[in-house]
Design a protein around this ligand. Structure first.
Ligand SMILES: N[C@@H](CCC(=O)N[C@@H](CS)C(=O)NCC(=O)O)C(=O)O
Length: 222
């Protein structure tokens, strides 16, 4: 791999951008960032300079262009096996969970927009979103139950993997909207929030000034 560049959106609002960014940081890979402000008059033009899909994140590796957060994870896995668990069963489960996240949870994502720099009151998930929240909680529990006794660490498979990169933004959404969760899920949300790289992302988000009204649901808490 040559020097890597990750093209991302606003750190406040772009949950998809956080996923590969967090994975790269946990892998200890050096990379450049290009930030494209979302919902600006020239957003589409700016993204089109890098991304054939018109969306971020995009990873640039020399003249290779890799888009879609999960595909970026798989691209990194070719070079860095730590992207996925070592054990074949855990690896399959991690990939299933990550794929389910990538492909689904539309109600949750629509009703609880990613907004990592604030806490919001008064957003009540619909039945569809609540069902998805319960599915996320069940998935996290399945992952934690599957890990071997030799695995230590608070992440879904002990140490941080791509599955955590995919679910970290979901954990932050649960925190933003004060979603009531069982103990295991609450612990996982705390693990995500306390992670130094997540904190660095949120810190940078707090320094952003752009506000996207469509992404600001509920009443600010503080
Ligand atoms: N499935 C894509 C989703 C990417 C996506 O929806 N990105 C949003 C930002 S979070 C985007 O680029 N939106 C373009 C726009 O707002 O113009 C992935 O996994 O990377």
């Amino acid at each position: 791999m040559s020097a890597l560049t990750l093209v991302i959106g606003n750190k406040t609002y772009s949950s998809w951008s956080l996923r590969p960014w967090l994975l790269l940081r946990h892998l200890g890979v050096t990379f450049q960032e290009i930030s494209v402000p979302l919902h600006a008059p020239d957003t589409a033009t700016q993204i089109a300079r890098y991304s054939p899909s018109g969306r971020v994140p995009v990873l640039l590796d020399g003249d290779r262009v890799i888009w879609e957060s999960l595909a970026i994870g798989e691209y990194l896995a070719e070079r860095y096996p730590a992207v996925w668990p070592v054990d074949v069963h855990e690896r399959a489960l991690a990939r299933s969970a990550a794929s389910e996240m990538h492909a689904g949870f539309a109600a949750l994502r629509e009703e609880l927009p990613f907004n990592c720099r604030s806490r919001r009151a008064g957003v009540v998930p619909s039945l569809a979103a609540q069902t998805e929240i319960e599915r996320v909680v069940a998935l996290w529990s399945t992952c934690r139950q599957a890990i071997g006794d030799d695995e230590e660490g608070p992440w879904l498979f002990g140490r941080f993997t791509c599955a955590d990169a995919m679910f970290a933004p979901v954990a932050l959404r649960f925190h933003t909207y004060g979603i009531a969760l069982p103990e295991l899920a609450t612990r996982y949300v705390d693990t995500v929030r306390q992670d130094i790289h997540v904190q660095a992302w949120i810190h940078a988000a707090c320094a952003e000034t752009a506000i996207i009204p469509e992404e600001e649901r509920g009443e600010p808490m503080d």
